[in-house]
Design a binder for this molecule. Structure first.
Ligand code: PLP
Length: 403
């Protein structure tokens, strides 16, 4: 048995979501599971493929895709970066299509580091980074962030933690779980610091469409000459299709070739059907309009939900957040006394999570799932439907009266 894997924490928000799957009364705000469906053009193409099986056979849609991803999808991804970021990526060598961004993250850590290397991670950060690093025998090192600074990572704090064993820094922007975003100045400094230290910056931008405070920037695009940035992205969030499991990584050719080798050994290739359909949709202007409308609705829904649940003072949202994403990272100290009275054996974030499930049937994720600094926090996803959010808001407001 792999000892590193054995000692690794499992994915907590997925575990909570799986646990409440058979409890229909529970409003699940634990996982970032989009309530919106794939764009109309995607569903139309899917139907057309079903209606024309001979054409589908001829186009090779039921066969293995090339290991690196279809040329059509890689070209569409390169066009996406050029169109949205002005970043020129070579689709033949600098892009790898993966099983969701999750696999791209795993491949980035596996490919760019050796066992024993140090991996810098913001505290808090997306909950897959640390367990992947640990499962691979790498050493996670946390970089603290502060709620009063909107959880923005401070480049000086990063620089202070670099030694000769430090090999990569992982960030997400727009960020899960905090909803913060990195501005261009910070991104540029992080790229410089990593390049000067001979390190890679891995920028997870799966939430790029959910940028509200200012337009999203890809780290690779702010300093393309650095050659030390790996971008991770995917279709789950933008197209409401996280079950399709399709994502990508983009970066320097040598690193992408190594990741492609690992990807082939692991799974041969990502799914052909999704690649065919997403290639046509990624730069489609009609899809663009539909996605922009959906993002506006999600942002609006998130703001209204935040305002409802912070109104009674039981939850506190750090000022200015969320700048992006579809998550709220809330200080739940206002509930800690009541929650600890019921669940005395549990730390605050766990006790509050259990309390909310028991008293309101609302599922959330305890803050320490994202790092030790989350001990007073919980994360709520507002990617769910308007009705479910309204119901959750209603149930949480009742807590104010001491129910
Ligand atoms: C920041 C971040 N990165 C990666 C992922 C994984 O995305 P995918 O479904 O593309 O694997 C998620 C999913 O919630 C996420 O929030």
């Amino acid at each position: 048995m792999n000892r590193d894997l054995f000692n690794t924490r499992s994915h907590r928000s997925k575990a909570i979501s799986d646990m409440v799957l058979n409890r229909p009364g529970v409003v699940d705000l634990a996982v970032g599971d989009p309530s919106w469906r794939p764009p109309a053009a995607v569903l139309r193409r899917l139907r057309q493929i079903g209606d024309e099986p001979d054409e589908a056979m001829r186009s090779g849609i039921h066969r293995y895709a090339p290991a690196q991803g279809t040329e059509k999808l890689r070209t569409a991804i390169a066009e996406y970066y050029w169109r949205t970021q002005g970043w020129a990526v070579d689709p033949s060598t600098e892009i790898l299509v993966t099983h969701g961004a999750a696999q791209a993250l795993w491949l980035s850590i596996f490919t760019l580091t050796d066992p024993g290397d140090k991996v810098l991670l913001p505290d808090p950060c997306y909950l897959l980074y640390e367990p992947i690093a640990t499962a691979l025998g790498r050493q996670p090192v946390r970089v603290p962030t502060r709620p009063e600074e909107g959880f923005a990572i401070d480049p000086d704090e990063v620089a202070r933690r670099i030694d000769k064993h430090t090999v990569i820094l992982m960030v997400s922007s727009p960020a899960n779980p905090t909803g913060s975003m990195l501005d261009t100045t910070t991104l540029t400094r992080l790229v410089e610091i990593c390049a000067n230290a001979g390190m890679f910056l891995v920028h997870d931008e799966v939430l790029d469409r959910f940028a509200y405070a200012w337009p999203h920037r890809s780290a690779a695009a702010v300093a393309p000459e650095a050659g030390s940035v790996m971008m991770v992205n995917g279709f789950s969030k933008r197209f409401g299709m996280n079950g399709w499991r399709l994502g990508w990584l983009a970066g320097p050719a040598r690193a992408v070739a190594a990741a492609a080798k690992a990807h082939t050994l692991m799974s041969l290739a990502a799914n052909s059907l999704g690649q065919e359909i997403c290639a046509a949709a990624l730069n489609d202007p009609a899809v663009e309009v539909e996605t922009a409308r959906m993002v506006d609705e999600v942002a609006d829904r998130g703001r209204r939900f935040r305002d409802t649940i912070v109104a009674d003072g039981l939850f506190f949202c750090p000022p200015g957040l969320p700048q992006g994403s579809f998550y709220l990272f809330l200080d739940a100290s206002g509930l800690s006394g009541r929650a600890r009275a019921k669940f005395a054996d549990h730390p605050t974030d766990e006790a509050v999570t259990r309390y909310l499930l028991q008293e309101c049937e609302v599922a959330v994720v305890p803050g320490t799932s994202f790092g030790p600094s989350g001990d007073r926090y919980i994360r709520m996803s507002y990617a769910t439907s308007e009705e479910k959010l309204a119901e959750a808001g209603h149930r949480l407001s009742r807590l104010d009266a001491g129910h």
